[in-house]
Design a binder for this molecule. Sequence first.
Ligand code: HEC
Ligand code: HEC
Ligand code: HEC
Ligand code: HEC
Ligand code: HEC
Ligand code: HEC
Ligand code: HEC
Ligand code: HEC
Ligand code: HEC
Length: 430
Amino acid sequence: MKKTYQTHFNELRVTVVSIILLPFCLAAQDKGAKSSDSNTINTCVECHETLEMMPEGYSAGDIHQKSGISCSGCHGGDPTNYDKDESMSKKAGYIGLPKRQDIPAFCGRCHSHIDFMRTFRPRIATDQVDQYYQSVHGKKLAQGDKNVAECASCHSSHAIMPADDPRSTTHALNIPKTCKQCHSNGKLMDQYGIPHDQYDKYAASVHGKALLEKKDTGVATCNDCHGNHAATPPDAESVSNICGTCHLNNMNLFKSSQMAADFDIHSCQECHGNHDIQKPTDQMLNTASNEEAICLECHTAGDEGASTANTMYQDIQGVDSLYALAKTKLTASKTSGMNFSEIDYQIQQTRQNLIQMRTLIHSFDTSQVNAKSVEGIKIAREAIHLADLEIQEYHNRRWGFGVSVIALVILALAVYLKIRERNELVKNSR
Ligand code: HEC
Ligand code: HEC
Ligand code: HEC
Ligand code: HEC
Ligand code: HEC
Ligand code: HEC
Ligand code: HEC
Ligand code: HEC
Ligand code: HEC
């Protein structure tokens, strides 16, 4: 009951505030139009700058500043009046500082107002406040919890920029730090009885390393899995769908597998985890290795799951060992300076084959993996055969070279003897 009341209250608050403050929005819009005019005065900025009282973290790159929504757009007041008391008076519509609980409505009076926002961009989302109140953050804020994230916690207040600006707190590279402020705070999170290791685990994961070290913004970061505004831990099925937005093949195989019906039994995170996803290895399938054998967490040696794992493991190993052998042979034929481009090609094919097999395991269908294995073994053997031929050819040529050197020496010796014999004859005939 209390929750529903709170939600209604919030909706009501958003509506009331929007109606009351709409004139500001529209006024702000007029100022926006005027701000291209170099004569525009902005007494809020002028006075605050002079007094060195600009808000902490203020950036001239702030999107509101750039869109002509200056201080008064958010805080209200009269930006044409040099008198502090008048400029910042209730009469001039000054609202001052919003309470933490009121910030969503404070931002929402523009951001939830579709007609107003459309005057800036024809296609623009205006559902942030609604979405926010569906999140754990929003629900708790509505209940009076002052520790959760509100709009300004994630976006800042005076350096708000679109997510594609590298300076933005919501830029992919900065998101983990934005969430970390609170979620790595042990004292804070202990109050809620939830872990505070998400950032550390994430930073050490394949995704985290790619993002934080290689600056690869194509990998998953906090908001890809948790949503921008609906910060809620996803359930098993939606996690798989989220992973599938980037790992399409894995998800498609997985969904079309025998297990499709039991989709929530094998979800990506059951085998890979969520914050601490590591680079997978073949050992995860090795039912003899115990340590890493992921399947044995739920299956027992000999059951269908475990034997499936084992068969797939053997098939992958079969190709992998031939792949390693072919590579050694390739190195040998390379140092002998022989022609290796064809072998190189076959080896690349084998590698592709291995990559495909490691994805195909997500069908949990031994026949699909086996078909690829047969193909891979054939190509790898061909590569090995070609390398052997090249190496043989090299030896043959060396042997041939040796024979010709000996023949040449014999010939030279014969010529020498012949000349000496002739000289002897000439000497004797004199
Ligand atoms: C002539 C100088 C002057 C002008 C003009 C002025 N301010 Fe201020 N502002 C101040 C001073 C000084 C303070 C410090 C608090 C105080 O003395 O009331 C302040 C405080 C603030 C605060 C913090 C209030 C708080 O409760 O801590 C906000 C927000 C603010 N101003 C916004 C604005 C806006 C928006 C405008 C333009 C509509 C504006 N100011 C115009 C001088 C000015
Ligand atoms: C996008 C809306 C927005 C705009 C535009 C904006 N503010 Fe704020 N401001 C806030 C919010 C929200 C807070 C309270 C949360 C906080 O402290 O960060 C705040 C806090 C403040 C404070 C008190 C805290 C501090 O950091 O000192 C001052 C002073 C202030 N604003 C002045 C200004 C001035 C001057 C401008 C224009 C240059 C401005 N604001 C433009 C939203 C805005
Ligand atoms: C938990 C952090 C968080 C909170 C809280 C939050 N945002 Fe966001 N917001 C984000 C992220 C992350 C993005 C998108 C980044 C991207 O596009 O990659 C975003 C995007 C936006 C956008 C751009 C348009 C869009 O919808 O993508 C607006 C506008 C916005 N937020 C406003 C708000 C408002 C208003 C609130 C408060 C009701 C709020 N945000 C609360 C993290 C947050
Ligand atoms: C006076 C109206 C107004 C208020 C109040 C306001 N905004 Fe905005 N906001 C805008 C406009 C207009 C834009 C620029 C839209 C555009 O041109 O794309 C914008 C842009 C943004 C963007 C970038 C959107 C994008 O597409 O990436 C974010 C994020 C944002 N605002 C967050 C906030 C937050 C957080 C608050 C409250 C602290 C807030 N805004 C308060 C009007 C407002
Ligand atoms: C200002 C501090 C703050 C920031 C910044 C913040 N959060 Fe939170 N978050 C909280 C608090 C406090 C809770 C409430 C914990 C609870 O109720 O279990 C919470 C709850 C959550 C939950 C739900 C946890 C649960 O109990 O199931 C998720 C998921 C979450 N946040 C993700 C994020 C993400 C992702 C970001 C960054 C985009 C972020 N948060 C930024 C403070 C913050
Ligand atoms: C690849 C997807 C993914 C990424 C990236 C991710 N999370 Fe999560 N997160 C999850 C899933 C799935 C759960 C649910 C765990 C469960 O319930 O078993 C979760 C749970 C949480 C929780 C609830 C408490 C807990 O630990 O179970 C918080 C808080 C949270 N994540 C914050 C973050 C933050 C902060 C980041 C970025 C540093 C982040 N997450 C990155 C998928 C992700
Ligand atoms: C936003 C896109 C995106 C999302 C969402 C995503 N990933 Fe990734 N993932 C990537 C990218 C890109 C890489 C490659 C990173 C690198 O350079 O090593 C990767 C790497 C991986 C790897 C290591 C692959 C390898 O061969 O090294 C695994 C395992 C993985 N992700 C599993 C998952 C799981 C499970 C989920 C869902 C919980 C998920 N990913 C969500 C983009 C994503
Ligand atoms: C039942 C356990 C299990 C489930 C469920 C599972 N995986 Fe895997 N995954 C593995 C194993 C084992 C490997 C390692 C294969 C190898 O290297 O031999 C792997 C490898 C991977 C790789 C690296 C190889 C490649 O395909 O590039 C990615 C990426 C990946 N999984 C993503 C996913 C995604 C996304 C999901 C959910 C749609 C998922 N996995 C579900 C066990 C699982
Ligand atoms: C988190 C637990 C869990 C993990 C980890 C897990 N499984 Fe399963 N698996 C199950 C459950 C539960 C079933 C359904 C069993 C049933 O229906 O009898 C199942 C069913 C199967 C089946 C179908 C068996 C049948 O009787 O129809 C195969 C094949 C399978 N798993 C393979 C694997 C492989 C391979 C791995 C490792 C890469 C793995 N599983 C890891 C829980 C798990």
